[in-house]
Structures are given as C-alpha cells and as structure tokens.
Write a protein that binds this ligand. Structure first.
Ligand code: EPZ
Length: 416
C-alpha cells in the first residue's frame, strides 16, 4: 500500500473531519516524560510519527496504551533505555526527547534525529540554548550524549524562532531550578499547546504564543487529561486542495483561528472562505488566481503548506511567485509537477515562478517527503486522467488517511 491512484478532474464536494495535530501531539507526548504519573492525551492522530513516539516512550520504560479516544502514558518508571534507532533517526521531533529526558533523568544518549529531507536542519540552536542551562554535550559512538549535574534556568535569546528549540527550552525549563526567560521564541500554535498541557499538569509558564516566554521551573507535575487540537496543516492542505481542484467543502473542526494566513492566500486565489464555530466552508474559484507567496514563521504562511500552494498555482491562471524562507530544499516536487505539465522556473533554491497551465495531466510521480507527497496527491486530483503517486509512506507520517478524507469529498482516490 505504498502508492495512491487518483482519477483526477472531479470537483470536491462535501464534508471532512480534520484529524488531531501531528506537530502538537509529538511534543506533548514527549512532555509526558516530565510527569511522574499517568496522562491521557486525546485526539492524537494515528500516523506513523505518533507510532514512533509511542515506541520511543515505551523503550524508555513508560507504560503506554492506545485507548479509544486517546493515548494513556504513565511515566512513573522511566529508565535510561536504548531508544530504537530508526524511531530516532527517522523523525526530527524525536529531538524533543532531548529537553524532556535531560529534565527527567539529567542525562541522555541518542542518535542524531532525522526527519524529512527538506534542508540541512542543524540543531545548533538547541545545543547552544541547553548549554546555557548547564547541559554539556559530547559525541560518543556516533551518538549525541548530553548531561547536566544541575539544570538551571537561564536568559536565552534565540536568533531565529526555531519551533523545536523553543520546545526543548520549555521542556528543560520546566524541570530546571529557577526561572528561564526565552526571547525570540517561536509563536506557532503547537508551542501554545505544549505549554497548555504542561500548565494543566502544574507547570508555571507565561507568555506562550508570544516571542517572550517565562518558565518558572522545579514544580512537581501531576498527570492530567488533555486534548490535542485539530491539525492546521492537514486543514490547510484540504483548504488549498479545494481551491486547486474546484468545488465546495466543509472542513469540520478546522482550527479556524490558526489559519489566517492560509485563508488570506485562499481568498487571494479567488476562493470564498467562511469561518464558523465548527470549521471552515470553502468555495473554489473557477481557476486559482496568481499570488505572491512568502513562507515565514507563524503567524506567516506556513512552510508546511508551500508545496500544496505550488501544486495549486500550477493549475492556476497567470504567474505566481513563491519564496521559501524557512527550508532551503523544499521545491523538490517541482520536477514531478513538471512531469504533469506544470510550468515552473526555479530562480534559485529559495524562489520559484509558476506559470499556470490550463490543465495538468495525470502521470506517475514519486513522493519524497511528507508535505511534498500530499501536494502531489492534490496535483493528481487537479489533473486530467489517472495519476499514481508512489512513496506514500512519507504521507502516512502526517496524514491519518488522506485517501479516505478525499473520498469523503467525492474524489476517486485509492491506496494500492
Ligand atoms: C517544525 O520543525 C515542524 N516539525 C516542521 O514541520 C515545520 O516545517 C517547522 O517546525 C517550521 O515550521 C515539528 O513540529 C515536528 P525549526 P523544526 O527548528 O522544529 C533552522 C512537517 O512537515 N534551524 O523551526 O525542525 C532549520 O534548519 C514538519 O510537519 C537551525 O538552523 O523547525 C530550519 O531552516 C517538517 N538550527 C529553520 O531553522 C537549529 O538548531 C526552522 O526550523 C534549529 C533550526
């Protein structure tokens, strides 16, 4: 089941429920390590990255089980276990375990985290910040080893609002002695969710969602029940997908207040978007209009939706310019889109110009990373004829069931 077959050219119609957020679930699950009791984390999506995080928590001695509506994690007995190599190297967010384990055990040895091939993705910001809190790092046998005799609060200024580094600083800060003041913090909604979970457990954190976060560490945390919000990137994929494919859809539970930049882009493309308490109504234009798009940290247009926007503008009218400012290798799907008839000129590694064509045509393409894969499925839905997207295991890292979701919207999509 590594491929998806798509019969394109059918306008989307109907309602789809948006799954829980991947990028919120993963740090919250890592944070359960700091709670020496049981927590229930509801609405976690059933995706491979969450399965990997569950296996990592189990390898560290946590008792973890899936329940009907969530994941129960009891971290009373954490041991310095050997974490499964593939789960660490296959997923960038295994890096959150660094802050959480330093906080819980005072030391950690792990492989260098991996993730999608979308750029260099160094971890210098994580290491510099944690060093300021008293962590020392060394490399042994290809592993990253970290230890702290005394984890202390610090005044940290991030030169770039890295999401993962912000999460690690918060996780370590909650366990540290004294106050951690973080300036230049990422403002992504996933940071707010992580802080909400930790505060529900008894942590003291102020300023989450702003660029200055203050953590007063050292409090004892208690287990809690917590619900992860809906996935803004999955919602954005289906929102922009509808703009490209045509039709009108309702995205149930879409996190409306987190999607301003995406809704604005959809409207600039000619779509009508109506916010409601339960989600978003989207009505597509006859053909997407050209836009100028620049990705940036939240609240800007998310890099994780840039590939879908690229696919959508390939079938639009006029000339769209897209600038990617977060990752340097995120136009890898351009070659596959060109196989489908798209006209894309790449000025450099950060900029493309897309001249919209009347129709893409179906063909065989290869997903090479998560969001690029979802964008190729979207392109297949827009195209005339049949497309086959191979390499779909990347897509299942983040989308529970993209085929089922698009089928709910009337598309002819099957996993094969
Ligand atoms: C998170 O990755 C998300 N992953 C990514 O989503 C998302 O694309 C990214 O934030 C940006 O929004 C998760 O939440 C699990 P960063 P993260 O640290 O934390 C550079 C998806 O598809 N940087 O904000 O790894 C880095 O190279 C994924 O769901 C350093 O230079 O992102 C990149 O250019 C993919 N040094 C930029 O900052 C560092 O120490 C943003 O990275 C850390 C980061």
């Amino acid at each position: 089941m590594d491929s998806i077959r798509i019969q394109g050219g059918i306008a989307l119609q109907g309602k789809v429920r948006i799954q829980g957020s991947k990028n919120a679930s993963l740090p919250v699950l890592a944070a359960t390590l700091l709670v020496r009791e049981g927590s229930v984390i509801r609405n976690c999506p059933r995706i491979t990255d969450v399965f990997s995080m569950v296996s990592l928590l189990k390898s560290l001695g946590c008792s973890v089980c899936w329940q009907e509506t969530g994941i129960f994690v009891d971290s009373s007995n954490v041991r310095k276990g050997k974490m499964p190599r593939e789960a660490v190297t296959g997923m960038r967010s295994s890096l959150c375990l660094l802050g959480a384990l330093i906080g819980r055990c005072g030391e950690v040895a792990m492989e260098y985290p991996g993730g999608c091939v979308i750029g260099e993705r160094p971890i210098d910001l994580h290491l510099t910040a944690l060093s300021q809190m008293g962590v020392t790092f060394r490399e042994a046998g290809g592993q990253l080893c970290a230890s702290a005799d005394r984890l202390q609060g610090a005044h940290i200024i991030l030169p770039f609002p890295s999401v993962g580094a912000t999460e690690n600083i918060i996780l370590a800060g909650v366990a540290a002695e004294g106050e951690t003041v973080l300036e230049g913090a990422a403002r992504e909604p996933e940071i707010l969710t992580l802080c909400r979970y930790l505060c529900c457990c008894g942590a003291c954190i102020e300023g989450a969602g702003s660029s200055k976060i203050v953590v007063r560490g050292g409090r004892r945390l208690c287990g809690t029940e917590f619900r992860v919000p809906a996935d803004r990137i999955v919602a954005g994929t289906y929102l922009l997908g509808c703009i490209g494919v045509g039709g009108s859809v309702f995205l149930e539970h879409a996190p409306v207040e987190e999607l301003d930049a995406v809704i604005l882009t959809a409207e600039q493309m000619g779509g009508h978007v109506c916010r409601s308490r339960d989600g978003l109504y989207v009505q597509a234009p006859a053909r997407p209009l050209p836009v100028k798009l620049v990705t940036s940290p939240y609240p800007g247009f998310p890099t994780d939706l840039q590939s879908v926007a690229l696919a959508v503008s390939s079938g639009g009218s006029g000339c769209t310019d897209i600038e990617e400012t977060i990752f340097e290798n995120r136009f890898r799907i351009a070659e596959d889109l060109k196989k489908m008839g798209a006209c894309i000129e790449q000025a450099d590694s950060r900029r493309v110009r897309v001249r919209g064509v009347e129709k893409l045509h179906g063909t065989q393409v290869e997903a090479r990373e998560l969001r690029g894969g979802a964008a190729l499925v979207t392109a297949g839905l827009m195209a005339e004829g049949e497309s086959l997207v191979r390499g779909c295991s990347f897509i299942y890292r983040g989308y529970e069931n993209i085929c089922r979701d698009f089928r709910e919207l009337g598309a002819r999509v099957t996993s094969v």
